[in-house]
Write a protein that binds this ligand. Structure first.
Ligand code: ADE
Length: 251
């Protein structure tokens, strides 16, 4: 899968990309991740991406002209130097703001909540473009003409979309074929079955007076299965009863 990220903080993604399983997914060519600097599509000396809001008020608003030029260039694999300041992409370009475009996610607290089901839906796309804005605001025309989806990672406000984009990238990447390694584990766990995960234990069997539950060392696979199911149900009932009565989040 290819994921393009548009941000004013491209360096922010260096850490997560050079470490962790994400780096391995990139090395294995399961993920083609490309991070772009939004400022490459500015046209003024100060490389400004924002301006005062029409109608007045505090704060600045990110400019739609810069965002749309950047999106169209990234979608169509065109270079910033050929497209910065352009009113429209060249006539031969396939993708256009307001027209046909790859699945493009604007990260914003007003978006649709990210769930495991939504991550699964995104993982099935050949290509995603993630737009990281700053929370205070992006010109509404970017929402209308560039984004195909608006996604929130939770009911709290971050300073910008970068952390949220990283969350989407990680949730999606681990669902790509071959990335997690153990093909069984993604389906067994929390949120895919609709339940929280059961408790796990490993060596040593005795630790500071705390023993591993006997059933797990009994060798009775049926009993282990039943115990895990009960534990998962009990944990879910106590901590996340909302998962039991809705259908949100099921994969
Ligand atoms: N940008 C700021 N807060 C956010 C959130 N909760 N989810 C996605 N993007 C955001």
């Amino acid at each position: 899968m290819r994921i393009d990220v548009l941000t004013i903080f491209p360096d922010w993604f260096d850490g997560p990309l050079r470490t962790s399983l994400l780096a391995r997914a990139v090395e294995q060519h399961a993920l083609d991740l490309r991070v772009h600097d939004l400022r490459d599509w500015t046209t003024d000396r100060h490389r400004s991406v924002d301006a005062a809001p029409y109608g007045g008020g505090a704060g600045m608003v990110m400019r739609a002209d810069v965002w749309l030029a950047a999106c169209e260039a990234v979608w169509n694999d065109l270079r910033p130097q050929d497209t910065a300041g352009a009113q429209h992409p060249p006539p031969e370009a396939r993708y256009r703001a307001g027209g046909e475009r790859p699945r493009t996610v604007l990260l914003t607290p007003r978006g649709r909540p990210l769930t495991q089901a939504l991550a699964g839906e995104l993982a099935a796309e050949p290509r995603l473009t993630l737009l990281c804005g700053r929370y205070e605001g992006i010109d509404e025309r970017v929402h209308q003409l560039a984004a195909t989806d608006e996604i929130s990672i939770g009911d709290y406000v971050l300073m910008g979309g970068e952390v949220a984009a990283a969350v989407v990238i990680e949730a999606v990447t681990r669902l790509l074929p071959g990335v997690v390694g153990n093909e069984e584990s993604p389906t067994d766990e929390s949120f895919t079955s609709g339940l929280l995960e059961y408790p796990q234990y490993t060596r040593p069997a005795q630790l500071r007076g705390h023993a591993v539950p006997e059933v797990l060392t009994s060798g009775d696979h049926g009993a282990v299965e039943r115990w895990r199911r009960e534990q998962a149900e009990e944990l879910t009932r106590r901590r996340r009863p909302d998962l039991l009565d809705g259908d949100e989040g099921h994969g």
